[in-house]
Design a protein around this ligand. Structure first.
Ligand code: TRP
Length: 335
């Protein structure tokens, strides 16, 4: 189909994929593949901006690739950022189409540099430049839509400003101004502390790995906090709400409805809700794990496939960079 719009999104290769990532973002990426031309990047250049271990980065990248494929991302849509080095080249060019002041206002930088100060007292220049590299990720494929959470809206705004400024300076409507694609996705919270979102940074008990073994997964759900004692009279507690949210996200609408009826009748047993959630997640995870095992058994093929898709995707990036260099007054010579 010719008229398909382009979608781009990226994810950093850090740690495990948990149900917060999956229901909150990745599942949406999988679904978008039906309607759009999708580009999904594993952004290892971005992963270098915080203190990191070079010995682990490459493994994390491949691990995330396998995880994304296992849950349904199509290999042809997936690339590794460092296999498309034009992202970094475009970033350099774009650096000159945004102001220092503008980049200084990014709140993600402020948050992350505060974290970094706690840890090693090292804030890289790369961390500061992170949003410009993100703009390059998006503009290089002329993406129409970028599915991201609200926390990324400021980076999208910056991207549009950069694109606009570039277009004005070169006197041509070259870059597409990308829009944020907001999709209502469930915001899953930590089962151990429903006051915070499910995340890896909070520690082991605060996230449930999508590929977790059944026993541990059941245990984690069994010990989910249902009522932390801060419940407002007549309102559902955050923990119970989160369990219902998980059940719905896992596609168990019928169980959701009947347990919700129990809740409203004052007859809900938490253990029934937990068992229903555990059954649903275990069932879903079984399919993913099976797929992951197959992929891992053919790791070589997987790597070759992703190298090939990155190579194809790179052609598109190269074309953009070629045109951008032309417009920006840089030299373009084929050696
Ligand atoms: N900054 C994004 C995040 O923290 C990750 C990212 C990098 C990204 N480049 C991107 C997201 C391009 C969308 C488009 O989630």
């Amino acid at each position: 189909m010719e008229d398909r719009k382009t979608v781009l999104s990226c994810i950093q290769p850090t740690g495990h994929m948990h149900f917060g990532n999956y229901f909150g973002a990745v599942k949406n990426w999988v679904d978008l593949q039906e309607k759009y031309d999708c580009f999904y990047g594993v952004v290892d250049y971005h992963a270098m901006t915080m203190p990191y271990d070079p010995k682990k980065l490459r493994n994390n990248t491949w691990e995330l690739i396998v995880n994304l494929l296992a849950v349904g991302i199509e290999p042809k849509n997936l690339f590794v950022q460092s296999l498309v080095p034009e992202h970094a080249e475009l970033c350099w060019i774009l650096n000159n189409f945004c102001s220092f002041g503008q980049v200084s206002r990014m709140t993600q930088f402020k948050d992350k540099s505060a974290q970094s100060t706690d840890k090693d007292n090292f804030i890289s220049a790369g961390l500061f430049d992170y949003p410009v590299l993100q703009s390059a990720d998006i503009l290089i494929y002329r993406a129409d839509y970028v599915p991201v959470g609200k926390d990324q809206e400021q980076h999208l705004e910056l991207t549009r400003n950069i694109a606009q400024r570039f277009n004005n300076q070169v006197g041509k409507d070259y870059f597409v101004l990308p829009e944020t694609l907001f999709t209502e996705t469930p915001k899953i919270r930590s089962t151990a502390d429903p006051a915070r979102k499910m995340s890896k940074s909070a520690g082991e008990k605060h996230y449930i790995n999508v590929f977790e073994d059944e026993k541990r997964m059941r245990k984690q759900i069994r010990s989910a906090v249902t009522d932390a004692g801060d419940t407002v009279e007549g309102e559902m507690s955050a923990g119970v709400d989160n369990l219902f949210e998980l059940l719905k996200a896992a596609g168990k609408q019928d169980a959701h409805k009947s347990l919700m009826d129990d809740y409203h009748a004052g007859a809900l047993k938490y253990v029934s809700l937990k068992d229903a959630v555990a059954d649903a997640l275990v069932e879903m995870s079984a399919g993913f794990k099976e797929r992951k095992a197959e992929l891992n058994a053919n790791k070589k093929d997987v790597k070759n496939q992703i190298k090939a898709s990155s190579y194809e995707i790179r052609k598109r990036a190269q074309q953009t960079v070629k045109e951008v260099k032309e417009l920006a007054g840089l030299l373009n010579v084929r050696f």
